[in-house]
Design a protein around this ligand. Structure first.
Ligand code: NAD
Length: 268
């Protein structure tokens, strides 16, 4: 079946770590699910944060530094170009926290629903206020050394919710929120937590006529179930990935290969 995105009116795109692989951000699977000999589940859970918040902040500081060094690749840019020029209604949902979709989108045409949160945001653990925060509180050697990364744009840094207070507001080497002086946590959905925007996502999945998944293994729920929801509401389904995924029987068109090569063609 030879179809292109431009043939459809209401498109939902779901992206996973694979779309950022060619920007140099490794998927957890590529790294054997490990970070400095810690299983990712040991640093990306509410229990891990309760046990050792500094370790968790070291992990997320490293990820902020890594993401800030990366640049959007042709797959990120192709989605933005398509949104800017197509007559279709397009919704982008990402499991990625790396901010690369936003950094590819200087005109703000395709704001993603970041269902697993964002590396450029932190949240007060007391009142849940969310702040724009692109500080790496620890350097790559694990030393406390807050420094700004490039994860927030210049415009975001001028907003009221941008966290300017980081140098003053810490105790026990943890960043504290300006609102409650309570510890800040990364605004990331950890294992065992409920992803953001689920009601909005469900609605969009029910209404779309094309669902495209890009660079996601189909193993992390609830995102892994989106294809089935869209399919059961009569959407055509396309998967762009380097390997087959468990939901292959529900895919109309499987485009095997690198996202940076296939996405620009499918979304031309
Ligand atoms: P995942 O479950 O989304 O799997 C990645 C998939 O991408 C795999 O099937 C792999 O074969 C495929 N892939 C790898 N390189 C590709 C390429 N160049 N082009 C197309 N496909 C490619 O991701 P995961 O790494 O198993 O992570 C699980 C969870 O952690 C997800 O929420 C994921 O999004 C998140 N995560 C996010 C980032 C990020 O923000 N960039 C990085 C690591 C993990």
């Amino acid at each position: 079946m030879n179809i292109k995105a431009r043939d459809f009116k209401k498109i939902v795109i779901l992206t996973g770590a694979g779309i950022s692989a060619e920007s140099g951000i490794s998927t957890f699977r590529d790294a054997n699910g490990l970070w400095e000999n810690h299983k990712v589940q040991e640093v990306a859970t509410p229990e891990a944060y309760a046990r050792d918040p500094q370790l968790v902040w070291k992990f997320y500081s490293m990820r902020r530094i890594q993401a800030a060094k990366a640049l959007p690749n042709p797959a990120h840019r192709a989605l933005i170009n398509f949104a800017a020029n197509a007559g279709s209604e397009i919704h982008l949902i990402t499991q990625n926290v790396d901010v690369l979709h936003e950094r590819a989108d200087i005109t703000g045409k395709l704001p993603p629903l970041c269902m697993h949160g964002s590396l450029n945001q932190s949240r007060c653990t007391h009142c849940e206020t969310v702040y724009l925060d692109d500080h790496a509180y620890f350097d790559l050697d694990g030393n406390y050394a807050p420094s700004r990364t490039e994860l927030c744009s210049a415009e975001e840094r001028t907003r009221d919710e941008y966290l300017h207070h980081y140098k003053l507001e810490y105790a026990h080497f943890l960043p504290l929120s300006p609102c409650c002086k309570a510890p800040l946590r990364p605004h990331i959905v950890w294992f065992g937590e409920i992803p953001f925007f689920m009601a909005k996502i469900e609605k969009r999945l029910r209404e779309c006529d094309l669902f495209v998944s890009i660079g996601t293994s189909g193993q992390v729920y609830p995102a892994a179930g989106f294809l089935q929801v869209a399919k059961s509401h009569n959407a055509r389904t396309v998967c762009i990935n380097k390997e087959a995924i468990p939901q292959s029987h529900m895919i109309d068109v499987f485009l095997e290969g690198k996202a940076a090569e296939i996405v620009p063609d499918f979304f031309a």
